[in-house]
Design a protein. Structure first.
Length: 164
């Protein structure tokens, strides 16, 4: 295992842990999460809160172990894009601004895209299963692009914010 593999393992582990814990928090307070989703304009808020928790927990675990890394990265990227679009973009860059800016979600999205392109590294199940090279590079970027298309679809169908 070389220094790049160690670096990718550290990045995967941290990004995975952050999104995993975020998802567990959503799952532990599912009704509260659903109420908040509804307050920002999501229809079928309980379904959206449940899906969000499942994607965050699943993608976090998969990123940590390096299995289906580009698919997991697409889940994180698309979830963070939805958060960016619905909540954070209008609040500026810094997370400490009122309403929370987008630096946090943009960092997670960017790191996920980077992992999808770079691949999971040698310390991963993708590498152990000899499938890492099948899903990284431009293919990884395209997989994340597919997640972004899914995010746009979710927003078009389920997000109907109140006119201000």
């Amino acid at each position: 295992m070389d220094s790049i593999d160690v670096g990718l393992l550290i990045i995967r582990s941290w990004i995975g842990l952050v999104i995993l814990v975020h998802g567990v928090n959503h799952a532990r307070s599912l009704d509260g999460t659903a109420n908040w989703f509804e307050s920002i304009g999501f229809k079928s808020a309980k379904l959206q809160a449940t899906n969000s928790a499942i994607v965050e927990i699943g993608a976090g675990l998969l990123i940590i172990i390096g299995l289906g890394t580009s698919l997991a990265a697409a889940g994180i990227f698309s979830t963070m894009f939805v958060a960016f679009w619905t909540v954070h973009r209008k609040n500026g860059f810094f997370i400490f601004r009122p309403g929370e800016g987008y630096e946090y979600v943009a960092t997670l999205a960017s790191a996920s895209l980077g992992l999808a392109i770079a691949g999971p590294g040698g310390a991963s199940l993708d590498s152990a299963l000899d499938i890492a090279d099948l899903l990284d590079g431009w293919i990884g970027a395209l997989i994340v692009g597919g997640g972004l298309v899914g995010a746009f679809g979710l927003l078009a169908i389920y997000w109907k914010p109140e006119a201000t």
